[in-house]
Design a binder for this molecule. Structure first.
Ligand code: ATP
Length: 349
C-alpha cells in the first residue's frame, strides 16, 4: 500500500517560497501528475517526497510512515529522471540489475527480475549493449526498467519524456500508461506539458508560483477550470479569455455580445470559451470581427480574430475557406461559457 499524504508542506530558501503550504492525499495506485510552468515548484515537491530535499514545514506520509526524516533509500520509491542517469561502463543488463545489488537482493533472484523488467519495456534484445550504443528512447526505457526492477511501492517520474523527440514521446507515454496499468503502483509524475498530464493522469495538480491552483481529473480541469491561470494553461489552443462587462446575463465587449448567461453577477468579468465551442453564424451573432489569421491543421481549420483586445481562436471545418480581413460571425452556446472575476481571475460561473 502506498498512499502518499502531504500535510501543510512548504519549502523556503531564505525569503523565497518554492512550495507554499501544499496539501494533498494521493491514493494507493493513483497516477498523479504535477503540472505547471517552469519554476512553479513541481520538481521541488517531488524531491521532498523522494527525500532529496529537506522540507521547511509540514509532514510527508508514505503509507502509514511519517518519512520527514527518512533517507531516500528507505522510502521504498523508485525515481525516473529526464536525464537517464545510466552507468556508461555497464551493459543494459548490468544497469538494470544494479539496484538489486545495491539493495542486497539475493543473487538468485537477479536474473529473473532483470529479464521481467526488461521485457516489460521491450529491451530484451539490447541487454548486452552499453548506453552509448542506444537511442534516447532506448536509454529512457533502461531507466524505466531500472526503476521497475526494484518493485517499489511508488514511482516518482520527473519529466521522463522531455529529452525524446515528438514521436518517441507519444509512444513512450503510451508505454508508461500501460506499465502503470500492469504494475498498479502509485505514480507521481512531473511535467510542464499539459497533453502529457491530460493523457496520463488519474488526477492532475496544476501549480503556479509554489501554490496549488486546482486538483482534479483531467476532464474536471478541462471542463471547469478554477481560475484564468488553469483555463489558459490547459487545452490546445488554450481557452479564449475576453474581458468585458456583464449585466443581467448579457456580456458585452468590443466585437462581442453574448446573452442568456445564467449568473447573478453584474460588473467587470472575464468570459472564457474554447475554440471548439464556437460555431459559425449567419446574422445576429455573438462575435463579429475581421479574421486575423487562418491556420490549416489538417483535421480542422483554426481562425483567429481580435475581440475586446484579445486574440481568440475558433475551430472550424477543414474545408472552411476565408481570407485574412474577411468579417466572420460566430456564436457560442451560453452553456459553454465560463465566467471569471476580472480582478482575482477566480471562477464565478
Ligand atoms: P522546471 O519545470 O523548470 O523544472 P519546477 O516547477 O520544477 O520548474 P522547481 O525546480 O521546483 O520548479 O523550483 C521552484 C522554484 O524554487 C524556482 O523558482 C527555483 O528557482 C527555486 N529553487 C529551486 N531550488 C532552489 C534552491 N536550491 N535555492 C533557491 N531557490 C531554489
Amino acid at each position: 500500500m502506498a498512499q502518499i499524504r502531504l500535510k501543510n508542506v512548504s519549502k523556503r530558501w531564505n525569503n523565497f517560497i518554492g512550495v507554499d503550504n501544499f496539501n494533498l492525499d494521493i491514493a494507493d495506485q493513483e497516477f498523479l501528475v504535477l503540472l505547471g510552468p517552469s519554476g512553479c515548484g513541481k520538481t521541488t515537491t517531488m524531491r521532498m517526497i523522494a527525500g532529496l530535499e529537506d522540507i521547511t514545514e509540514g509532514e510527508i506520509w508514505i503509507g502509514d510512515r511519517l518519512v520527514n526524516k527518512l533517507e531516500p533509500k528507505d522510502r521504498d520509491i523508485s525515481m525516473v529522471f529526464q536525464s537517464y542517469g545510466l552507468y556508461p561502463n555497464m551493459t543494459v543488463y548490468e544497469n538494470i540489475r544494479f539496484p538489486l545489488k545495491v539493495r542486497k537482493v539475493p543473487a538468485g533472484q537477479h536474473h529473473e527480475r532483470v529479464m521481467a523488467a526488461s521485457k516489460m519495456v521491450e529491451l530484451d534484445d539490447f541487454l548486452q549493449r552499453r548506453p552509448a550504443a542506444l537511442s534516447g528512447g532506448q536509454r529512457q526505457r533502461v531507466a524505466l526498467a531500472r526503476a521497475i526492477v526494484r518493485e517499489p511501492n511508488a514511482f516518482l517520474m520527473d519529466e521522463p519524456l522531455s529529452n525524446l523527440d515528438a514521436k518517441l514521446r507519444v509512444s513512450t507515454r503510451a508505454q508508461i500508461k500501460n506499465l502503470h496499468h500492469t504494475l498498479k503502483r502509485t505514480t507521481i509524475y512531473v511535467t510542464h506539458d499539459q497533453i502529457e498530464a491530460m493523457t496520463l493522469a488519474d488526477r492532475v495538480v496544476v501549480m503556479s508560483k509554489g501554490l496549488i491552483q486546482q486538483v482534479g481529473t483531467p476532464m474536471e480541469i478541462y471542463d471547469r477550470p478554477a481560475n484564468t491561470f488553469v483555463a489558459s494553461f490547459i487545452g490546445s489552443p488554450a481557452m479564449n479569455l475576453v474581458h468585458g462587462e456583464i449585466h443581467n446575463g448579457v456580456f458585452t465587449g468590443d466585437h462581442i455580445r453574448v446573452d442568456g448567461l445564467s449568473t447573478q453577477v453584474n460588473g467587470p468579468v472575464t468570459l472564457g470559451f474554447r475554440a471548439e465551442d464556437a460555431v459559425l453564424a449567419d446574422s445576429n451573432a455573438h462575435i463579429e470581427a475581421p479574421i486575423y489569421s487562418v491556420e490549416l491543421l489538417g483535421e480542422a481549420t483554426m481562425i483567429s480574430m481580435r475581440v475586446a483586445g484579445e486574440l481568440v481562436s475558433i475551430k472550424v471545418g477543414k474545408d472552411y475557406r476565408a481570407e485574412i480581413g474577411d468579417v466572420v460571425r460566430v456564436n457560442i452556446a451560453p452553456s459553454a461559457c465560463h465566467l471569471f472575476d476580472r480582478s482575482t481571475g477566480q471562477r464565478i460561473a
